[in-house]
Design a protein around this ligand. Structure first.
Ligand SMILES: [Zn+2]
Length: 204
């Protein structure tokens, strides 16, 4: 067993929507759509990041700080991943030949990103790598937040203060919020609406 502590960016890309309202008979179509979309997300994230694992409808990835040429490239990767996700969902919907609930609901699927900067330990047991640490716990807790409740946004990128600070990005473009978690306390977050960014990318 080998363990070492590293510092870097942690990214969780989480597909929202679906499973709760898809009937048993339609689950197969939902799964097919989700696996295509997860594949698209993995492909885009892995241009820059190391994929840690698939977690249901989410992809968890990371990059050690020294491996990141420019923090700005992380923002570009998020844009590119979101663009590819929405385009893929659009084409799956356009090519769906059935009108079951799962296929009809493809356009309601959305993608949210959580980005944090912190420490993690890579634990390797029998060749399987796993990321551990308080910051790893935090980013997973962050996927339960009140962004949609307070802004109405379904597709968004949420950065912790630490995540955004390291990137030296203008905070004015973000909505600042505070999330509170048991045992972790208050977490200052900065959120941007990916729908607006998508429109911008499609227009240019
Ligand atoms: Zn269908």
């Amino acid at each position: 067993m080998e363990r070492k502590t590293q510092t870097g960016y942690l990214v969780l890309a989480d597909i929202s929507g679906y499973t709760s309202f898809v009937a048993k008979t339609e689950i197969e179509h939902a799964d097919i759509a989700l696996s295509y979309l997860l594949e698209t997300i993995v492909e885009k994230l892995s241009n820059l990041l190391t994929i840690s694992k698939l977690e249901g409808d989410a992809v968890f990835a990371y990059i050690e700080e020294s491996q990141l040429p420019e923090a700005r490239s992380l923002l570009e990767m998020i844009d590119q991943t979101y663009l590819a996700f929405r385009d893929k969902a659009g084409s799956l919907y356009a090519h769906a030949t059935c009108d079951c609930k799962a296929c009809k609901a493809i356009p309601t699927l959305d993608l949210k990103f959580m980005v944090h900067h912190g420490d993690y330990v890579i634990q390797q047991i029998a060749g399987i790598k796993d990321l551990l640490g308080t910051d790893v716990n935090l980013i997973h807790r962050l996927s339960k937040n009140h962004v949609t409740e307070s802004t109405g946004w379904q597709g968004y990128a949420l950065f912790t203060y630490q995540g955004l600070e390291r990137m030296q990005t203008d905070k004015a473009a973000f909505v600042q919020q505070t999330e509170t978690y048991e045992h972790l306390g208050n977490v200052e977050t900065y959120v941007m609406d990916m729908h607006i960014r998508y429109k911008g990318m499609k227009a240019s």
